[in-house]
Design a binder for this molecule. Structure first.
Ligand code: FES
Length: 237
């Protein structure tokens, strides 16, 4: 198999041709955060938190969707990279509820983890916040679109893992949201509540109703199972 050799933070690493910079960086032991990336799904490069500095490139590169090339020199934690990641997190937090103390996802939230890691706080820009009603009329899933960071993992999991495409991005600009067709509640859509979207959500936007108020995520053992709901037989964790 053809390979390429590149340098990540001064360390040489050889990877199969076609490997992304992100995978090469992880192979080299570098810490590169991700929010919209999932190795089982397509890579839209939506969140940009994985940016790295590539010598000779005119701008920072989203490492999850850029191929590693021969001779590349990559910096995963240069001042420009850290600054960019902090700004991305500040923008996300500015449009996010500040209820981490009572959020069911606290302690298992990538947004919270990265904000802590980079020392980023909410309220830097003081802009408008989303104000959606929390949707909990579905038997299995609670949706709080105020906590959605628009990474799109849920809709890619729905389409690419389950072949259903029940949800997609709707509206534009600040009002962009993940929505069912005609923006109906999940309970009135063709969603079969398989839970694939919940399993990949990096924040508290999607929650299993059965978990709410009963246990924190890390207190529950996950097993691979088959959804009994409609007879399709979807498997998920
Ligand atoms: Fe690379 Fe989101 S993880 S753009």
């Amino acid at each position: 198999m053809p390979t390429v050799t590149l340098t990540i933070d001064g360390k040489q690493v050889t990877v199969p041709k076609g490997t992304t910079i992100l995978q090469a960086a992880w192979q080299a032991g570098a810490f590169v955060p991700t929010l919209c990336h999932d190795h089982e799904l397509s890579n839209p490069g939506a969140c940009r938190i994985c940016v790295v500095e590539v010598k000779g490139a005119r701008a920072l590169v989203a490492s999850c969707c850029a191929e590693a090339n021969e001779g590349m020199e990559v910096q995963t934690a240069s001042p420009a990279v850290i600054e960019a990641r902090k700004t991305i997190l500040e923008l996300m937090l500015d449009n996010h509820p500040e209820d981490c103390l009572t959020c069911h996802q606290a302690g298992d939230c990538k947004l919270q983890d990265y904000a802590y890691f980079y020392g980023v706080k909410a309220g830097v820009f003081g802009g408008q916040k989303k104000d959606y009603q929390v949707e909990d009329d579905n038997l299995f899933i609670v949706r709080d679109m105020n906590k959605c960071i628009l990474c799109g993992k849920c809709l890619r999991a729905c389409e690419e893992k389950q072949g259903r495409a029940v949800i997609d991005f709707a509206y534009r600009g600040f009002r962009t949201k993940v929505s069912t067709g005609m923006d109906k509640p999940l309970a009135d859509s063709v969603c079969v509540s398989c839970g694939s979207c919940v399993a990949v959500c990096p924040t508290g936007a999607l929650t299993e109703k059965a978990m709410l108020g009963k246990a924190r995520k890390w207190e529950v053992e996950k097993v691979r199972t088959t959804c009994p709901f409609c007879g399709v037989g979807c498997n998920f964790d």
